[in-house]
Design a protein around this ligand. Sequence first.
Ligand code: ADP
Ligand code: MG
Length: 317
Amino acid sequence: MPLSERSVISRIRRKARSTPLLICGIGDDCAVQRVATGFDVLVTTDFCIEGVHFRREWHSPQVVGRRCLTRGLSDIAAMGGKPVTAFLSLAIPRKLPQKWVDGFVKGLLATAREFKTALAGGDTSESPAGIDADIVVTGYVPRGQAVLRSGARPGDEIYVTGALGGSAAALQEFLAGRRPKPRDFPRHFAPSARVAIGRFLRERRMASSMIDLSDGLSTDLTHICEESGVGAEISAAEIPRARVGRRASPVSLAQALHGGEDYELLFTARAGKRIPARIADVPIGRIGHITGQRRIVLVDENGSRMRLRPQGWEHFR
Ligand code: ADP
Ligand code: MG
């Protein structure tokens, strides 16, 4: 059984750190956060629901805490922003051991510290069924400089950070009744939001549009194309596939194309713009280009072209 609401909050409060822009954090009716003139505020909110985003039998509480905050940090990264505060609304069943809550908060706060983000508030409630965590992350970018999904133009090149499909590969292991080891599937158990890369690209005005890969390449590229009113052509051979398992074998093309929760960045840049081969020690790969036809074409290893439909993660499907 978890401790009382008051004790849960005071335990979280004791462990949370502050940050210079946070004038008043946990403990009052609102957090008070300073906004500097000349900046735009970024706000993102993400659910982390037991049975949908994680399973208690598969994921340790620390892993759930890390993955939960990473969802929000990754959205800030995708705008080219710097995260500042996080807010955690937590609904927990009456019979959940306090140890689980402690582990979850530990994983979340360790991630917050790593990204110099302060847990600045939240809400705590009893849940009639499973664990629900809703995380809000705020951040900022210099005024007018957020990198949007809508900036891609025909002729732009398309890039991704890191390698894709590693998180989905772990999920497939679980669904097949196996127990994937965290060290063999780091992108699933310990994803890291690409905040430094997002900022690097924004500061140098390298990216014309950007999104984080939370639902899968086919779906997230569709979001960029729809918001920008363009299409894309990508090459199967160029898509960097994650290497997973004890033998570090590459994931399947389908996993790299449609697997979600990699939290890598997908961005476009004007043709001729020089993009470094690595940023913040992460390889950057060119996978195709933007077209004027409003569809996504996949060119396979034999040169055949086929239409690529969004087949990544979608709720209610
Ligand atoms: P109120 O009733 O005014 O909303 P609460 O008693 O719910 O205040 O919360 C007291 C303080 O503790 C607030 O600063 C709130 O943001 C913070 N808080 C509550 N739950 C959490 C949580 N799960 N994580 C972080 N901070 C929390
Ligand atoms: Mg409250």
